[in-house]
Design a protein around this ligand. Structure first.
Ligand SMILES: [Zn+2]
Length: 432
């Protein structure tokens, strides 16, 4: 059995950076970002170019890109040809072949394959960890394997999809391997000491909180007062104060914190998200106050996470907060929303739940009548442009007399900010 995965061809043919999986993934997310920008700018040429990049990188990454291809065709671009990955098949098939791979040894790593299997190799650097990955196609796995196979290298073998088994070697530091796929074996040599009998294998170290970067986005500002409620309290002032308290609390707890505005000036929606992306934030929090005319009894905080789902209530709030985006056509909005990264939605949802729970818990310690409006999905534009988990907190209703005066009170603002900070802590403790 002798075959080579022709990675060079792919690199040469594709415009997207496919020198490693992490670079391709970077190009892919950047292209998606460009596409959203193109829709916001309503620029057809920019749309086509970014879609081409998405298709190129996405195909390389084995993502399903059919909807992007369809969108390209809708834009009148038909010339695009998808070049598939070339794999030279294994010769001299054995007569009796199992669909299942078999691990023969761990140090060095040796895995038995059959002649129908194909192997693709790539590397990846993510969250300061180094990965060497082998995808074995047309293969099955009996049971997931997860173990440390040398002093510093972790091994994970898992069924990646119906026909693909993924073998992942990872290390906190850069490491080298040598591999071959001769004679129906995938053999991987690595240059790391074996685990001694007396040494307990260490497991994934937690990323210290101080490495987490949070962007706080107090809504509105300057010429845009946001909602104006009882006692002429302005949303822009309330959310700025809560944001500043939140910044101080988070900084004390060791987070890196940036604010899209720390004074009373206007920031456009695209600039708010560009800001968050530039700092590679781990979390984006937009702060707002709610307004509901004619229903002055309605009160309580709500945490929204970005999602294409549209409930009537969410749409009402979103319409108001989205007004700064202005000229975007509704069908275009839906297209962008359908392209949202599912992973990010799930993370944002989890984060929203932790934060909402902690806001309510903290406030109820001091006030008996805090109403929990829960976590809701909503299509907020300020969240669409971000590349990290993003949530939007409607801290309360300025159209409710009692809540308006509370929201304007520094002690209440501090307690609210503490709740948000506790929620962030709780989320990061559970998710590395
Ligand atoms: Zn607002």
């Amino acid at each position: 059995m002798r075959f080579i995965v022709i990675l060079f061809f792919i690199t040469a043919l594709f415009g997207c950076n496919t020198s490693s999986l992490s670079k391709a993934y970077q190009s892919y997310t950047t292209a998606k970002q460009h596409y959203i920008q193109a829709i916001l700018n309503n620029n057809k040429k920019q749309k086509i170019n970014s879609l081409k990049e998405i298709v190129k990188c996405g195909s390389f990454l084995d993502f399903n890109v059919s909807k992007y291809k369809k969108e390209l065709n809708n834009l009148g671009y038909k010339k695009y040809k998808y070049v598939s990955k070339k794999v030279i098949p294994i010769k001299n098939p054995l007569k009796l072949e199992s669909k299942y791979i078999k691990v023969i040894s761990y140090y060095p790593l040796k895995i038995k394959l059959n002649s129908k299997m194909k192997v693709k190799y790539f590397t990846l650097v993510r969250n300061k960890k180094y990965y060497k990955i082998f995808d074995i196609y047309n293969a099955k796995l009996n049971k997931k394997i997860s173990k440390r196979i040398s002093q510093n290298i972790d091994l994970l073998i898992a069924q990646n999809n119906k026909n693909k088994v993924r073998v992942v070697l990872s290390n906190e530091n850069k490491f080298k391997i040598r591999y071959s796929t001769k004679n129906h074996y995938l053999s991987v040599k690595f240059f790391d000491k074996p685990i001694s009998k007396y040494q307990k294998p260490t497991h994934i170290t937690k990323v210290p909180l101080k490495q987490k970067i949070i962007v706080i986005d107090p809504g509105h500002g300057g010429k845009d007062p946001g909602g104006i409620g009882f006692y002429s309290i302005k949303e822009k002032n309330v959310v700025l104060k809560i944001g500043l308290y939140l910044r101080d609390i988070l900084k004390k707890r060791g987070y890196k914190v940036y604010m899209t505005r720390d004074k009373d000036y206007f920031v456009t929606l695209p600039n708010r998200t560009k800001f968050a992306n530039r700092y590679h934030a781990n979390l984006f929090i937009s702060l707002h106050c709610n307004i509901i005319r004619g229903k002055n009894k309605v009160h309580g905080p709500t945490t929204y996470f970005l999602s294409p789902a549209r409930t009537e209530r969410a749409s009402r709030v979103a319409k108001y907060e989205n007004s700064a985006i202005g000229n975007l056509h509704t069908t275009n909005q839906q297209i962008v929303l359908n392209f949202l990264n599912k992973d990010r939605i799930i993370q944002s949802d989890k984060m929203a739940m932790d934060i909402q729970r902690n806001i309510i818990y903290n406030l109820r310690k001091h006030y008996k009548d805090i109403y929990d409006r829960g976590v809701r999905p909503a299509p907020f534009w300020v969240l669409v442009g971000t590349q990290m988990p993003a949530i939007l907190i409607e801290t309360g209703f300025l159209t409710n007399k009692k809540e308006a005066s509370r929201l304007n009170n520094s002690l209440y603002q501090k307690r609210l900010a503490t709740g948000i900070a506790d929620g962030i802590d709780s989320y990061f403790r559970k998710n590395k």
